[in-house]
Ligand binder design. Structure first.
Ligand code: AMP
Ligand code: GLY
Length: 423
């Protein structure tokens, strides 16, 4: 096979992990990341193009003989970057704009799940504030109020009672805290139980699941504080065996892929189901139309085989579940975040100790919000690093990741201290 030039779109920890894994493929020629970060710069060529500028990215791909573009984040997918590349005759890994609605519109996703009998929290959707408020007045118990559109993982407000839900609704629809993402809201029952992320590759028909993973969305230890993009992850979560994964494929992922094909919006790429394992079985909280962050940082180091071959099989319609096999053992990633994240945070803090961390056995440091300024590494985003480690068990992997963190310093770095240690 001729070597392929690749372009990865995005600049977070997920994209660093994608670059790290793809770089191991013997089929990869030149690897570019747009815009990339201080970590991707070491294994690929960073391209200073904004990840939301689809036309500029398309132009770059043509000019540089890119054979395959891989889209990391949801925003360009929701805006139709895949469709733009296809129109230009370029190969791209990621679902079309219509297929990406599973993530970009929670109202679409909920309606789809109802139509296809996919288990999810009971819900109602509203575009008018007064109708939503009247509905709330007739509810009781714990509820969740969600902006329907994309809000960087932050548009979800967990409420203990109706009064809190009324305040959340006011915030989203009247104060417009998440802007246009809150033009429509979803109000749902609040489920309880452990969370699970299951990601799968799909070619539009066949579903090949990756290892299940557990993300940690809350900012502080013991799941306190505000929701974030994710403060750490590990795989495999205790108690989630092959039968459970097969059950989720059968009841959730396969019905999505089959249902989208029936609706003539074939879903090709990575499909991510975020679920709660309730006493009545797994129920879907959300779909994402892409790899998760930080789940990717723990799933890809545990993926046997060649990621590029799997992606090409998705595009060619030749995917088989046996192509996606896990390695034995476990992996944990702890996110080091800027002080203040997920709120406002400073940038430009010098970072030291990353090389020392990587000298610890089994440790890989994936960069997210970092940049190199005259060879000095600095913070440039909310989530700065995902310090990742492999081990025989989740607890052993997490201990190694924390041993890695002990070497790293930037002012007032914030990270959770409770991830994976009891696994
Ligand atoms: P979402 O973006 O919809 O996945 O929501 C973000 C986070 O909010 C999830 O990972 C859960 O921790 C929490 N969440 C969302 N919906 C619910 C629900 N119905 N019940 C309990 N927690 C939820
Ligand atoms: N870790 C959650 C997400 O990627 O959406």
């Amino acid at each position: 096979m001729k070597k392929l030039n690749l372009l990865i779109i995005g600049g977070g920890g997920r994209e660093h992990a994608l670059a790290w894994k793809l770089k191991q493929s013997p089929h990869v020629g030149t690897l570019y990341v747009a815009p990339g970060n201080g970590g991707t710069e070491k294994l690929a060529i960073n391209v200073p193009v904004d990840d939301n500028d689809a036309n500029a990215l398309c132009h770059f791909a043509r000019k540089n003989q890119i054979d395959l573009t891989i889209v990391g984040p949801e925003t360009p997918l929701a805006a139709g970057i895949t469709d733009i590349f296809h129109t230009a005759g370029l190969r791209v890994f990621g679902p079309s704009r219509l297929a990406a609605q599973l993530e970009s519109s929670k109202a679409f996703a909920k309606g789809f799940m109802t139509d296809h009998n996919i288990p999810t929290a009971a819900y109602a959707t509203f575009t008018r504030y007064d109708a939503a408020r009247d509905y709330l007045a007739r509810q009781s118990g714990a509820l969740v109020v969600k902006a329907s559109g994309l809000a960087a993982g932050k548009g979800v407000i967990l409420c203990d009672d109706v009064a809190e839900a009324e305040a959340a609704l006011y915030d989203i629809m009247v104060q417009r805290r998440f802007g246009n993402a809150g033009n429509q809201v979803v109000i749902e029952e609040r489920l309880t139980g452990p969370e699970l992320s299951l990601l799968a590759f799909t070619d539009g028909q066949t579903v090949a699941p990756m290892l299940p993973a557990r993300d940690h969305k809350r900012a502080y230890d013991h799941n306190q504080g505000p929701n974030t993009g994710g403060m750490g992850a590990y795989t495999p979560p205790a108690g989630v065996d092959d039968d459970m994964v097969a059950h989720i494929v059968r009841t959730v992922l396969q019905p999505v892929v089959t249902g989208m094909a029936e609706r003539r919006m074939p879903y090709v790429g990575v499909l991510y189901a975020g679920m709660i394992l309730t006493p009545a079985g797994p129920k879907v909280l959300e779909f994402n139309c892409r790899f998760g962050d930080p789940e990717t940082q723990v799933i890809l180091p545990m993926l046997a085989g060649d990621l590029l071959e799997i992606m090409l099989a998705c595009l060619d319609g030749t995917l088989t579940p046996t192509m996606v096999q896990p390695l034995p053992g476990a992996c944990a990633a702890i996110v080091m975040a800027s002080p203040g994240y997920p709120g406002a945070y400073p940038k430009g803090l010098p970072i030291s100790g990353v090389d020392d961390a990587e000298r610890e056995e089994g440790v890989i440091v994936f960069h997210a919000g970092t940049t190199r300024v005259n060879d000095r590494l600095e913070t440039s985003g909310g989530r700065v690093l995902a310090v990742t480690a492999l081990g025989d068990t989740v607890a052993a992997a997490a201990q190694r990741a924390y041993a890695g963190i002990a070497h790293i310093h930037f002012d007032n770095a914030h990270y959770r201290r409770d991830i994976g240690l009891d696994g």
